[in-house]
Design a protein around this ligand. Structure first.
Ligand code: NAP
Length: 250
């Protein structure tokens, strides 16, 4: 028999409509969490919700643009009000606006920081009190190896992801005494819409540089999230785990 929904842990996953966030949502649901699926449009989220329900899990949908700080705050607070808890937050929604620094517009810099970094600050700040009250929380921020080693053409993206690392380590130190952990998963190259435009030459160059000679699958990232968000990972905090097939070994 599945657990009483009122007793289920609740996971809030941004960017849940496709790619890595969809895989994370499916795996969190498989682990018995009620998953709150967040991204901009309701249609694709409802499809993920149906997939979860078909496999016996439970989920709900919140169509929110995470770059809208007020709307995101309302969404997190609404979940805490509805369920009386928020146990897991996965900040996964992310965008790129690539270009060399010399040609990068203020707008492309700001959009990426607002969507990838500011949103994580908002969700973590909004969720922290409820997590501390229940003396349990798992914050998982999805960064990128670009945020650790940099990447030409991605100064805005790398800055947002490096910022996520600093945010996460600080949260880990602030909340660790209350049973709340905060960790970063930093993917390398994963087969999703985000990397779909990469040409064959770049793909084979990157794959050749990897210890494990293939691009990542969304499920490779979801498996790592699954561990850091698990009940058993209570002593792991402030870590950056690069899931990149051994590309950077950072
Ligand atoms: P993706 O396939 O492009 O999916 C991005 C997700 O973020 C979608 O669900 C999208 O939903 C959502 N999203 C984007 N902007 C949003 C906004 N303003 N508000 C709400 N949701 C928004 O990307 P992905 O490859 O799965 O990437 C997921 C995360 O992993 C990102 O943070 C990315 O930086 C990171 N990452 C990916 C790779 C890779 O190789 N793929 C490598 C390193 C790190 P809607 O468009 O429906 O709103």
């Amino acid at each position: 028999m599945s657990p009483d929904p009122a007793e289920k842990r609740v996971a809030f996953v941004t960017g849940a409509s496709r790619g890595i966030g969809k895989a994370i949502s499916l795996s969190q649901a498989q682990q018995g969490r009620h998953v709150v699926l967040v991204s901009r449009s309701e249609g694709p989220l409802s499809e993920v919700k149906s997939l979860i329900e078909e496999s016996g899990g439970s989920a709900s949908v919140r169509a929110v643009d995470v770059s809208d700080a007020a709307a995101l705050k309302d969404a997190v607070e609404g979940v805490i009000e509805e369920f009386g808890r928020l146990d897991v937050v996965v900040n996964n929604a992310g965008v790129t606006r690539d270009g060399l620094v010399m040609r990068m517009s203020d707008e492309d810099f700001e959009t990426v920081i607002q969507t990838n970094l500011m949103s994580a600050f908002i969700t973590c700040r909004s969720a922290a009190r409820a997590m501390m009250k229940h003396r349990f929380g798992r914050i998982v921020n999805i960064a990128s190896t670009s945020g650790v080693v940099g990447n030409p053409g991605q100064a805005n993206y790398a800055a947002s992801k490096a910022g996520l690392i600093g945010l996460t380590k600080s949260l880990a130190r602030e909340l660790g005494g209350k049973g709340v952990t905060a960790n970063v998963i930093a993917p390398g190259f994963v087969e999703t819409d985000m990397t779909a435009a990469l040409g064959d030459a770049i793909r084979s160059k990157v794959t050749e540089a990897m210890a494990i000679k293939r691009l990542g699958k969304p499920e490779d990232i979801a498996d790592a999230v699954s561990y850091v968000a698990s009940e058993g990972a209570g002593y792991l905090t402030g870590q950056v785990i690069c899931v990149d097939g051994g590309l950077t070994m950072c």
